[in-house]
Ligand binder design. Structure first.
Ligand code: FMN
Length: 177
């Protein structure tokens, strides 16, 4: 079973390449995520390091802080979500939530292949929209760097702290006063 404690968001990758077959199997894992009304509102735009012009164009719409380290990734991804439901044209309030779940699936599939994902909110949405030619109703959600962590990047980096169980969940046993 995948040990999710090994998942982390590297701030430096090893600049190696990943092949399209790996990308396809990671995307297959995303496709099997649950979604409200099975709308599958997500889409992933991907530029691999070996496709230099595409990779550079994706990098250029990250904010400056993220651009520095994301340049070392094997691939850059933008997750985008359709905000209207296909079934009835109503607003899909769960579009971002469902897209996040698909990314979680991707994260696990990537981990099984020795790859890590680092998600980012730090990108320029208007520039991203122009780059991907997104029509109205489709919104960018996150940028994601994917790759193999550089030497020295490991899950036990000191800044990686977690809330305690008492802050994260409440078990209702029916015996509360
Ligand atoms: C929606 C989202 C947006 C994030 N945005 C950024 C970002 O812009 N830049 C960055 O360096 N990390 C970003 N992160 C990574 C988080 O900082 C990181 O997941 C968190 O510190 C926990 O560390 P870990 O993923 O190594 O467990 C983002 C993560 C998520 C899920």
């Amino acid at each position: 079973m995948t040990d999710l404690r090994k998942r982390f968001s590297p701030k430096e990758f090893d600049k190696s390449e990943i092949d399209e077959a790996d990308v396809a199997s990671i995307m297959e894992a995303a496709a099997w995520a649950p979604s409200a009304y099975n709308e599958q509102p997500w889409k992933f735009h991907i530029a691999l390091r070996q496709n230099e012009a595409a990779f550079a164009s994706f990098l250029s719409v990250l904010n400056e802080g993220n651009r520095g380290w994301a340049e070392t990734a094997s691939g850059l991804i933008f997750s985008v979500a359709r905000r209207e439901r296909n079934r009835d044209g109503l607003k899909n309030d769960y579009a971002f939530y469902d897209t996040g779940q698909a990314v979680a699936h991707m994260t696990v599939a990537a981990l099984e292949r020795g790859l890590q994902l680092h998600q980012m909110q730090g990108f320029l949405p208007a520039d991203c929209r122009r780059l991907l030619d997104l029509p109205s109703g489709i919104d960018p959600v996150t940028a994601i760097a994917i790759g193999r962590p550089a030497m020295g990047q490991a899950p036990d980096m000191p800044h990686r702290v977690r809330k305690g169980h008492d802050e994260v969940f409440v078990l209702h046993r029916g015996t509360e006063a």
